[in-house]
Design a protein around this ligand. Structure first.
Ligand code: SAM
Ligand code: SF4
Ligand code: F3S
Length: 441
């Protein structure tokens, strides 16, 4: 019997976070398993899936403008058009009314059924949304990895925290955890396929509990770190309120666990944190940072910050700048508050004027730039292990890579270097990257 999608070509475009990058590897993997071949652009595809992000209004708008392009393309050259991911789950059938070019809408729990959805959608539009309480297992056999040397491994999905601004609990549904045995099986498979780096993924990895044994995240991390092969193990995202000392000890005990941690702050004001429903205070966050720095010398921290949350005063904003000065993050993702449907904050007056939000964002990013420039300069003269990721956008003949602490390094090296550890002597540093030369070895 010929496979259901034999002879067709599939293209997947991704918006959003690492979770979505990994989901797109599943989406493509499931389609390839059903006999499709991969296309490198929508113009060459019979099936186009857009994997979407709903976290801010801008993320959703990007989708609509991309769909406009695809609708024009579809008039010239027919294909099956699917919308997957967080906007699909939140907007559901409403997307079909908004953009009639769409043939199917599929939420994150429907990816296993994609071959069937594609075939049905060729007849009439299909909507497959909703959350299942069970883990949707899509194993390594149906994961089309973008980079075999850096493997995403999902450990949990969904969120029960309901931060007041955040749409994710609605788009990803309630928290559910992947059985530890399956996580470890995927890590072993990735190691056998040559992964140098494993990235454990989830909206709140530190609230992980194995559904069978009750093993927590610290235990899972230790078990993953014990798998021979991958030299670097990372995880994202951690919630400050769940980050226990057992996880710090697990990190300290295993040199393969990278000395890098993404720890979203959101605001440095305890009053704003309370209104955001974050579950920690400014002091608790800074104490956690101090404990981490004590136990993990050389740790590089990164964070997320929102400016202009409803009711944020100048003093609140100053408190956020104060945490940046004290915590000295190596990187931040910063955003202006954007009211999202279904969230608690959407009912609050969006009372910080746009120009104030803009000014605060510029100020925050300016301060962070200074901190990063100083921090990065401290690496000049050192030799660092770098995972080469491909050509550098900063000029021909140069490569780019990342350090254990997730710093970007541009360096002189033979072209085509990717998926290898190299040693780089750092000769200079700017606020956003280091540069240097590879030491042949
Ligand atoms: N689970 C993670 C956490 O606990 O922080 C990440 C959540 S979200 C996918 C990534 C970041 O987007 C958040 O940390 C937050 O800074 C930002 N974000 C979420 N909702 C937002 C909104 N409505 N407006 C602006 N930024 C938002
Ligand atoms: Fe969103 Fe908060 Fe959950 Fe993170 S912890 S996904 S910010 S609700
Ligand atoms: Fe966006 Fe969904 Fe990730 S809303 S940030 S793609 S979990």
């Amino acid at each position: 019997m010929s496979p259901p999608l034999g002879g067709r070509k599939a293209f997947v475009r991704t918006f959003g976070c690492q979770m979505n990058l990994n989901d797109s590897e599943h989406i493509l993997g499931v389609l390839l398993e059903a006999g499709a071949a991969a296309a490198d652009r929508p113009e060459a595809a019979d099936i186009v899936v857009v994997n979407t992000c709903a976290v801010r209004r801008k993320s959703e708008e990007k989708l609509y403008s991309y769909l406009g392009r695809l609708a024009r393309l579809k008039k010239r050259r027919p294909f099956v058009l699917g919308v997957a991911g967080c906007v699909a789950q939140v907007r559901q059938a409403g997307l079909l009314d908004r953009r009639p070019a769409i043939d199917f809408v599929v939420g994150p729990d429907g990816y296993r059924e994609l071959p069937e959805l594609v075939l049905r959608a060729a007849e009439s539009p299909v909507v497959r949304t909703g959350h299942s309480p069970d883990w949707r297992e899509i194993g390594p056999e149906a994961t089309a990895r973008a980079n075999p040397w850096s493997a995403f491994v999902p450990v949990m999905e969904g969120c029960d925290n309901y931060c007041a601004y955040c749409i994710v609990p609605f788009s990803r549904g309630p928290e559910k955890c992947r059985p530890a045995g399956r996580v470890l099986a995927e890590v072993r498979a990735a190691a056998e396929a040559g992964a140098l780096e494993v990235q454990l993924l989830g909206q709140n990895v530190d609230s992980y509990r194995d559904p069978g044994s009750g093993l927590g995240f610290a235990g899972l991390l230790e078990a993953v770190a014990a798998v021979p092969g991958p030299a670097w193990v990372r995880f994202i995202t951690s919630h400050p309120k769940n980050f226990g000392d057992d996880i710090i000890r697990a990190m300290a005990a295993h040199p393969s666990v990278c000395r890098a941690l993404h720890l979203p702050l959101q605001s440095g004001s305890t009053a704003v944190l309370a209104r955001m429903n974050r579950g920690y205070t400014r002091e608790a966050y800074l104490e956690l940072v101090a404990r981490l720095r004590d136990s993990l010398p050389g740790l590089l921290l990164s964070t997320d910050v929102i400016v202009g949350f409803p009711g944020e005063t100048e003093d609140d904003f100053e408190a956020t700048l104060g945490v940046l000065r004290e915590a000295r993050f190596a990187g931040i993702f910063s955003f202006r508050f954007s009211p999202r449907p279904l969230t608690a904050a959407a009912a609050l007056p969006d009372d910080v004027p746009l120009e104030v939000k803009r000014r605060r964002l510029v100020e925050l990013q300016g301060l962070q730039k200074t901190i990063q420039a100083e921090l990065n300069r401290s690496f000049v003269g050192r030799e660092l292990t770098v995972l080469a990721t491909g050509p550098s956008p900063r000029g021909a003949g140069r490569c780019q890579g990342r350090t254990e602490g997730n710093l970007v390094v541009n360096f002189d090296a033979p072209a085509g270097l990717a998926g290898r550890f190299v040693t780089v002597r750092v000769t200079g540093a700017g606020p956003y990257s280091l540069h240097g030369a590879m030491i042949p070895g």
